[in-house]
Ligand binder design. Structure first.
Ligand code: UD1
Length: 429
C-alpha cells in the first residue's frame, strides 16, 4: 500500500528564515466561535492544516458556509440548521469538543459523541459538562450520544478544578451568548485563550481578564462577524527553534510573539543556544552540541507547555549530560520515546518522568509518528542524527504543521516527502 513518508538525512546544520504559521490551537476554537456570529467572519493567517479542513467540514455540515482560500477563511453561520456533530467528525478531530460551547450559545442545544481517539491518553469531557451545567445546561447520554440542552443559557460563577484550555474556551463561547454575566475562576491563561477573547470582543462581546486567572464575560444575544488575524503558532515556532538547536546552525523566525514562548526560550538558553529577540523576530544560533537541562516540568501556561515537551526531549538526546523531564498534563505523552530509542537515544521512562542521557550521536532509523508533536520531535531528532531516517504516519504531522518538509528544506535540511510503497521503503532503509 502506498503511503507518504519523510526521508530525512541528518547531520546538516540548518540556516535560514521561517515565517511562522498561524496557531492551530487558536484557529480551531475561533472557527467554532464563528457559529455565534450573525454576519460574515473573515479570518487571516489561517494555517493550511488537515484539522482546519476538518473544522471547515463540520461547519459546512451544520449548515454554515465556510470557504478556505489560501490562508484566509470566510465563514458565514446564518444558514446554520443543525446542532448535531456526526460521530465520524468527532473522531477525526480531537478538538471537535470546541463546537459544544458555540452550538449551545447559538441553538441552546448540541448533540455530540466523545471526541476521537486516545492519542495522549484519555481525553475526558467531564469538566466541560460540569462547567456548562452551571450555566443551565442539562446533559443526557443515550446510545453513545451526549445531548446537551439549555432552555435558558445563563451566566454563572464557575471555578475550574484545573485550568483546562478546552473548558475555558467552551465556557467563554457559551457565555458570550448567555443571559447575564459569567465569572470564570482558575481559567486557563494560554495565549490562545487571549486570542479567542480578542476575536469574540471584535464580534461585540465584552470579555475582561482573558489571559488572567479570572475572566468575566458579559453575554450578548447574537454577535456580529469580524475580520481577524490569527496569532502566530508558538509551538510551531518552538519546533523550528528546536530543529536549529539540535542540528546546529542559525535560524531566524519572523512573525512570532516571543513573550508567549518565554519558558521555552529560557530552556534553549540554559542548554547553550544563543538567542536574540527583536520585535516579532527570534534569532537562534546553536553549535548542535548542547548542555543538559536539569529539569523540565510541563505545566499550564505560563509554565512549560506540554506540546513542546517531545521537541525538547529530542533536542536533549544529544546534550552533554543527563536531563530530566516531568510530564504533568497528559498521561500518555511519551509514546514517541520508543521511536527515539530506535535512533540510539538513551532515555528511561518511569511514570511521568523521563531521564535522558545525552549521546554523542543518534543514527537514522525507520520510525513512526505516534501523534502530532511526537512526530515533529522525531523529525527534530532526525535532522541532528547521522544517516537516513524514514518517518511514517505523516497525517499526524499534517494536523498541525503547514509545509513541514518544505520549511526544513528551505533551512537547508535534507528532508524530502514522497509516496512510497511499504516494501520499497523497508528495502531501502
Ligand atoms: C489544549 C490543546 C493541546 C494542549 C493542551 C494543554 C487545542 C486544540 N489543544 O488541549 O494542544 O496540549 O491544551 O495546553 O487547543 N481534562 C479533564 N477533563 C476535561 C478536560 C480536560 O480531565 O473535561 C484534563 C485532560 O485529560 C488533561 C488536562 O485536563 O490531562 C488538560 O487538558 P486541556 O487543558 O483541556 O487540554 P485540551 O484543551 O484538550
Amino acid at each position: 500500500m502506498a503511503e507518504d513518508i519523510l526521508r530525512i538525512t541528518g547531520g546538516v546544520p540548518l540556516h535560514g528564515e521561517v515565517t511562522v504559521q498561524g496557531a492551530k490551537n487558536s484557529v480551531l476554537p475561533i472557527m467554532a466561535a464563528g457559529i455565534l456570529c450573525g454576519g460574515e467572519t473573515v479570518l487571516h493567517r489561517v494555517p493550511q492544516l488537515s484539522d482546519v479542513y476538518a473544522a471547515s467540514r463540520i461547519l459546512n455540515r451544520l449548515g454554515c458556509s465556510c470557504r478556505i482560500s489560501g490562508n484566509t477563511v470566510v465563514l458565514n453561520a446564518s444558514g446554520l440548521h443543525s446542532f448535531e456533530i456526526p460521530d465520524a467528525d468527532m473522531r477525526k478531530m480531537r478538538s471537535s469538543i470546541v463546537f459544544l460551547g458555540p452550538l449551545l450559545g447559538r441553538c441552546g442545544e448540541c448533540v455530540l459523541t466523545m471526541p476521537g481517539g486516545c492519542e495522549l491518553g484519555p481525553r475526558p469531557i467531564d469538566m466541560h459538562l460540569d462547567a456548562l451545567r452551571q450555566m443551565g445546561v442539562t446533559v443526557t447520554e443515550q446510545d453513545g450520544k451526549i445531548r446537551c440542552k439549555a432552555n435558558r443559557l445563563h451566566g454563572a460563577k464557575i471555578t475550574l478544578s484545573y485550568p483546562s484550555v478546552g473548558v475555558t474556551e467552551n465556557v467563554l463561547m457559551a457565555a458570550a451568548a448567555a443571559e447575564g454575566e459569567t465569572v470564570l475562576r482558575n481559567a486557563a491563561r494560554e495565549p490562545e485563550i487571549t486570542d479567542l477573547a480578542g476575536f469574540l470582543n471584535a464580534c461585540g462581546t465584552e470579555i475582561r481578564g482573558a489571559g488572567e486567572s479570572t475572566v468575566t464575560v458579559s453575554g450578548k444575544c447574537m454577535l456580529h462577524g469580524a475580520e481577524y488575524r490569527i496569532m502566530p503558532d508558538r509551538i510551531a515556532a518552538v519546533t523550528w527553534l528546536c530543529a536549529g538547536a539540535a542540528a546546529g546552525g542559525t535560524v531566524v523566525l519572523r512573525e512570532t510573539q516571543p513573550a508567549d514562548m518565554e519558558s521555552c526560550l529560557e530552556v534553549l538558553t540554559a542548554a547553550g543556544c544563543r538567542l536574540g529577540v527583536c520585535g516579532d523576530r527570534i534569532f537562534l544560533e546553536s553549535s548542535g552540541r548542547l548542555r543538559r537541562v536539569r529539569q523540565i516540568r510541563t505545566m499550564p501556561y505560563p509554565g512549560f507547555p506540554t506540546d513542546a515537551q517531545p521537541l525538547f526531549c529530542a533536542v536533549l538526546c544529544r546534550a552533554n549530560g543527563t536531563s530530566v523531564i516531568e510530564e504533568t498534563v497528559f498521561e500518555s505523552r511519551y509514546k514517541y520515546i520508543g521511536e527515539l530509542l530506535r535512533m540510539g537515544a538513551d532515555i528511561r521512562v518511569s511514570g511521568r518522568t523521563a531521564v535522558i542521557t545525552g549521546r554523542e550521536m543518534l543514527h537514522g532509523a525507520d520510525v513512526t509518528a505516534p501523534d502530532l508533536r511526537g512526530g515533529a520531535a522525531l523529525a527534530v531528532a532526525a535532522v541532528s542524527a547521522e544517516g537516513e531516517t524514514v518517518l511514517r504516519a505523516l497525517p499526524h504531522i499534517d494536523r498541525g504543521y503547514e509545509h513541514f518538509a518544505e520549511i526544513f528544506h528551505s533551512l537547508g535540511g535534507n528532508v524530502n516527502r514522497g509516496s512510497f510503497t511499504r516494501n520499497d521503503t523497508k528495502n531501502s532503509v
